[in-house]
Design a protein around this ligand. Structure first.
Ligand code: CTP
Length: 412
């Protein structure tokens, strides 16, 4: 059981922190909530106490004999601040210690995760931008806010990232405290996610079981590491990962157009989407009727291999990453198929994972082996999809820095 401090800032999104708290406790963590005085104006102490099973100490004077301003930070495995208001980010960046939460931030030696929420103007103000840059430079993880409806009728960047996404990042940091260095700043990355649908008639399609969870985890981790991320999402029913731009598509052809366009100025393309290899040769203009008999067999034609096309047009220094969902067969293992696919497709990295029997598709966990064109093989044990995503970005980042792009030196 990990020890987590959940700091809650004084913003309207404080109510969403109750959901985050639930997710953290349901994951088995021992969570102590430290709301600021302003946060208690939005959500009262009994809510935090009941959901966390701990008394809430709002200030440094309550239970002073336990020296809470030092103890909480020292004992924590992770401090999560959600919502992190502009004021709280400023106080943290400047090392102020005027309440229990900021004292805790100064004494914590564990990873610290800030999930900001504020109005767009406040997020974009140079003061906030500099405070965020300071915190990131010191090693804190500061997520970008999500875009969408704000407190009033206005919309824009400034919403609290979804509690499920904050919980996913928190879990990643608990498992791997160094998983989110801010090392992809200035990099443009494109991530395809989900599963394409090839229309057969106005109501039917050929599809697959991909939910987009792995691709979205890849995108979220890249954004948290500072990359400018475009997600090309094929039929994904999940909230947009915070700090990314999401382009929605349906078919393989639409996905191809969107990915190729975004890849024109991208440093890295990750093809996590499950792309249909075939599409019906003709789209029936009307719903195909059964008319008491099985219809004619459906003729199929081949879709382009988007990954192979991206490899052929790869920019100097650019990287192309594929995914391979495989089942073994009588003659070959999952890894045999993966190695052959890496050679056939010519990409720089290929993440191979086993599917079928409830593995991978729709599950929040995944396991895999990251194969490099240089012969490297990195195994990632079964765990949350964000852990596999972080291992993938480690492999990408080392190739981007070791050679300014392109394949890394042999021996890695
Ligand atoms: N892919 C692609 N375009 C396609 C099919 C697949 O870009 N038309 C990409 C996927 O996004 C993935 C990788 O290629 O990154 C491997 O996909 P997979 O379906 O495993 O490969 P296939 O070439 O279809 O191989 P198989 O014969 O095993 O189906």
């Amino acid at each position: 059981m990990s020890s987590v401090v959940l700091g809650v800032g004084g913003g309207i999104a404080a109510y969403k922190a109750a959901d985050l708290l639930r997710k953290l406790t349901e994951a088995g963590h021992d969570v102590t909530v430290v709301p600021t005085a302003a946060a208690l104006q939005f959500v009262g102490a009994p809510t935090w106490a009941a959901l966390s099973h701990h008394a809430v100490a709002p200030d440094v004077w309550t239970s002073a004999e336990q020296v809470p301003h030092v103890r909480l930070g020292r004992e924590a495995d992770l401090v999560v601040v959600a919502p992190a208001t502009a004021d709280l980010l400023a106080r943290a960046a400047h090392g102020l210690a005027d309440d229990l939460l900021t004292n805790t931030l100064l004494t914590a030696r564990c990873p610290v995760l800030f999930a900001p929420a504020m109005h767009t103007e406040m997020w974009e103000h140079p003061a906030t931008a500099e405070n965020v840059a300071t915190l990131r430079r010191r090693g804190s993880v500061v997520l970008d806010p999500a875009s969408g409806r704000l407190t009033g009728a206005d919309t824009g960047k400034g919403r609290l990232p979804e509690p499920a996404e904050i919980a996913q990042v928190a879990e990643l940091l608990l498992r791997r405290p160094t998983a989110l260095p801010y090392d992809l700043e200035g990099r443009r990355v494109v991530v395809s996610a989900g599963g394409t649908r090839e229309p057969l008639d106005p109501v039917r399609f050929l599809g697959n079981a991909s939910t987009g969870l792995q691709g979205y985890a890849v995108a979220a981790v890249a954004a948290a590491r500072g990359a400018e991320v475009t997600v090309v999402a094929a039929n994904v029913g999940l909230p947009d990962p915070a700090g990314t731009e999401v382009v929605r598509v349906g078919s393989a052809h639409e996905l191809q157009e969107a990915v190729e366009k975004a890849a024109l100025d991208g440093d890295v393309v990750v093809m996590a989407a499950a792309v249909a290899d075939f599409r019906p040769a003709a789209l029936a203009p009307h719903k195909i009727k059964k008319r008491g008999a099985a219809p004619e067999p459906v003729a199929l034609e081949l879709n382009d291999d988007i990954l192979v096309g991206l490899v052929a047009r790869r920019r100097p220094g650019g990287l192309v990453v594929g995914f391979a969902a495989e089942t073994g067969d009588d003659e070959h293992t999952v890894l045999d198929h993966g190695r052959a696919k890496l050679a056939r497709k010519g990409c720089d990295l290929l993440v191979v994972n086993a599917v079928g029997g409830g593995l991978a598709f729709g599950s929040t966990d995944n396991a895999g082996v990251i194969l490099g064109s240089d012969g490297s093989e990195t195994e990632v044990e079964r765990g949350p999809k964000s852990v596999l995503a972080a291992a993938l970005w480690d492999a990408v980042a080392s190739r981007l820095t070791s050679s300014g792009g392109g394949p890394a030196a042999p021996g890695r």
